[in-house]
Design a protein around this ligand. Structure first.
Ligand code: NI
Length: 179
């Protein structure tokens, strides 16, 4: 098992567009398992490949399904996810991101989506999602386009966060030099 560190705001890989997944073999299964592990270890409910430094179109989601047991999750692994349709109706929810520690902000997004993706064998699925599931999927697919949730905030909110984001950026540069 490979242990991945989560890349932090300011790391250029978070802004780099991804390549599609075109090989569905054992190494993809291993990568998926490593990403699920990293997501759970960092206490996230979703993780996109660029966040572990891999510019590939791949996301994992771990939705809590039992309020009494946070470890009880439904895991999804999605290669080449793509949103096909979205509702006009939007909803505002608090969002955070493992790559932007200690910041949560309200983000407005479509309430419902229809998407397609491929599983670890390359089989294609089309599903609909709403609620927290739709929210996490949209957040993770944004990562594949180099988009972060803070990009959705109003200019005023972004200005208010500028100091915090700059510090994260500076920290990530220090970490890159140390690596
Ligand atoms: Ni994120």
């Amino acid at each position: 098992m490979k242990k991945y560190a989560v890349k932090i705001y300011g790391d250029p890989v978070l802004r780099k567009p991804v390549e599609p997944i075109d090989t569905f073999d054992e190494s993809l299964e291993e990568f998926a398992a490593d990403m699920v592990h990293a997501m759970i270890e960092h206490d996230g409910i979703g993780l996109a490949a660029p966040q572990v430094g891999v510019s590939k179109s791949f996301i994992v989601i771990g939705l809590p399904v039992n309020a009494d047991d946070p470890d009880d999750r439904k895991i999804f692994t999605m290669a080449n996810p793509e949103i096909l349709e979205e509702s006009e109706e939007t909803v505002v929810m608090d969002e955070g991101c493992l790559s932007i520690p200690d910041i949560t902000e309200e983000v407005e997004r479509p309430e419902w989506i229809k998407l397609k993706f491929q599983d670890l064998k390359g089989e294609e699925y089309e599903i609909e999602a709403d609620g927290i599931f739709a929210r996490v999927i949209q957040h993770e697919i944004d990562h594949l386009d180099g988009v972060l949730f803070v990009d959705h905030l109003s200019p005023l909110k972004r200005t208010l966060l500028r100091g915090k984001l700059k510090r994260l950026h500076e920290d990530s540069k220090v970490r890159a030099e140390e690596a």
